[in-house]
Design a binder for this molecule. Structure first.
Ligand code: SME
Length: 162
């Protein structure tokens, strides 16, 4: 049984290092974006038990992100660019690590139990096409180690057929 415990930085890095080739293999030769994003979110969830929710919000218009494949509880469907952690990450084209969501003005609470969050933008040709969002019931669950590895996951996602 997996538990929502914090891993040491080196344990976490080892898990990500094992996961990356698995993610690449899962998506290899598969052109269907939904299938690939679904498998990436499932594999990440297994790898990161501290995360309560892992998934993608996809840019569907100039102003809006829409819920994509995810693992976890039901979530809000539409997020405006510039709103919440996801919309801010998309608008500012940067990774946001939020150790305490209550301290992030405008945080969108899809799950009242969420305590911390990380959002990584996925960019193709300089445009944000989606974000990868991870939530946790633990405070400060995500750090720079997660940001570095998850940016590789975002790069893999960006390399898929869109
Ligand atoms: N908390 C996010 C909304 C998405 S859910 O966490 C799944 C935000 O503030 O953008």
């Amino acid at each position: 049984m997996t538990e929502a415990v914090a891993l040491s930085s080196s344990d976490k890095a080892s898990r990500y290092a094992e996961l990356m080739p698995q993610l690449a293999a899962l998506c290899e030769g598969e052109p269907d974006l939904v299938a690939n994003l679904a498998n990436i979110s499932a594999a990440l969830k297994t790898c990161l038990p501290i995360a309560s929710w892992i998934g993608f919000y996809i840019r569907r218009s100039a102003t809006e992100l829409v819920l994509g494949p995810f693992q976890g509880n039901v979530a809000c469907v539409r997020i405006a660019f510039g709103r919440g952690v996801c919309g801010t990450s998309a608008a500012e084209r940067r990774t946001l690590i939020v150790p305490d969501v209550e301290q992030f003005p405008g945080h969108i609470a899809c799950d009242a139990g969420s305590r911390s969050e990380i959002v990584i933008p996925i960019e193709r040709a300089g445009q944000v096409v989606a974000v990868l969002d991870l939530d946790s019931y633990e405070l400060a669950a995500f750090d720079e180690v997660d940001a570095q590895w998850l940016s590789q996951v975002a790069a893999l996602a960006a390399s898929l057929s869109w």
